[in-house]
Unconditional design. Structure first.
Lengths: 266, 105
């Protein structure tokens, strides 16, 4: 029997392994802010007001480089655009909730809270209190991010760069992504988005992240469409015999897929 | 002062972004094609964040031993795949990076 209380604590419990990556990330942010001579109050206020780690990192770097405020705002918006995708993805699950939930939960909609909550929302559990689970996950992440920031600001130069604590961020995301790769189309979306991100890394204002994401989504959709077509042709006729192999080849090459599918239509 | 205004602006923009579709879709159904697209969002965006941090050093592709991060990341990915354990993935990944840094330098 799930109650609000147990759902809330289950959310905290599900989020807690991720905190192992959040603490060092918060530390590094605090340490960097100090090394850029940013007022500690300002750096801490950013963790409360913005509450988006990667954007905060970029903002303090740009502030340090005396980049104009308008450009900094634009850059932060582009980096945070992915949250619009999270918002759309979580939206169907919040339709039944009152306006206070729909105003509070978006504030807590970070990469880490989203990843844990969406898995719970899409899971087999029929609990009516999944928003409490989201709240638990979001709040514990919020608290940890604030403490991590404060600790980094206090410790400052005592944490050497050779500890490579910033590496906990990609590690956290690796731990979240790999189990989410359930179908081949997911793996194709992830692989092509990653490869594309390497190629477009030099695009201005960190816009490469979004470009790469859209490339990954497009190829994921294409490969999924290809799989469906393949299934239906296998069922309906024997002429589809050669298609599975062609499908595998095109899927593994990723980028070659569009051409081959068009050829098939001819 | 301008910095504080900037931070408030970024905070408001970030919140508005997170609020956007939750508000738009609160009264109407989400079209099926949109849902198909949304399913790929988490894996695509997280990968696009991960890969450059593993394979790029100062914006240049680096698969040499001077960059131990891609190898440590690969080990972490294997652990994540075999165990699905977040704590173990982060722990082994960090240990792998430290050992590689120590061995290679």
């Amino acid at each position: 029997m799930t109650t609000r209380r147990t759902a809330f604590f289950h959310g905290i419990k599900a989020e807690s392994p991720i905190l192992l990556g959040t603490i060092p990330f918060g530390l590094i942010y605090g340490v960097s802010a100090r090394s850029f001579h940013l007022p500690p109050v300002l750096a801490q206020a950013m963790s409360v007001i913005i509450f988006a780690g990667s954007a905060q990192f970029v903002v303090i770097q740009l502030l340090n480089a005396s980049v104009p405020a308008g450009i900094i705002l634009l850059t932060a918006c582009i980096i945070n655009l992915r949250h619009a995708l999270y918002s759309a993805s979580i939206a169907p699950h919040l339709k039944q909730r009152g306006w206070s939930w729909r105003l509070l939960l978006p504030y807590l909609l970070t990469d880490e809270a989203y990843a844990v909550s969406i898995i719970h929302y899409q899971g087999p559990d029929k609990s009516p209190f999944k928003h409490w689970y989201f709240l638990g996950a979001g709040l514990i992440l919020w608290l940890t991010w604030q403490i991590g920031t404060a600790a980094g600001l206090l410790l400052g130069a005592h944490i050497p760069a050779s500890w490579s604590l910033d590496f906990t961020l990609p590690l956290t995301f690796i731990a979240l992504v790999i189990p989410a790769l359930k179908k081949r189309a997911d793996a194709i979306a992830a692989g092509t988005a990653g490869l594309a991100a390497l190629l477009v890394a030099r695009l201005p204002f960190n816009s490469g992240l979004l470009v790469a994401t859209f490339i990954g989504i497009a190829l994921g959709l294409l490969s999924e469409g290809g799989e469906k077509k393949q299934h239906s042709s296998n069922e309906s006729s024997a002429t589809g015999e050669k298609q599975p192999r062609a499908q595998e080849l095109t899927a593994s090459e990723g980028a070659g897929m569009v051409d081959t599918q068009e050829e098939k239509r001819k | 002062m301008i910095t504080w205004l900037l931070i408030l602006g970024i905070g408001a923009a970030t919140y508005a972004t997170r609020l956007s579709f939750i508000t738009i879709f609160s009264k109407r159904e989400i079209p099926a094609p949109v849902l198909r697209v949304l399913r790929f969002v988490p894996v695509a965006v997280l990968s696009a964040i991960i890969w450059p941090q593993l394979f790029l050093v100062n914006n240049a592709f680096d698969l040499s031993t001077a960059n131990p991060r891609w190898l440590a990341g690969l080990i972490a990915a294997l652990i994540a795949w075999r165990t699905r354990n977040v704590l173990l993935t982060i722990g082994v990944g960090m240990a792998a990076l430290w050992i590689l840094q120590w061995v290679l330098h």
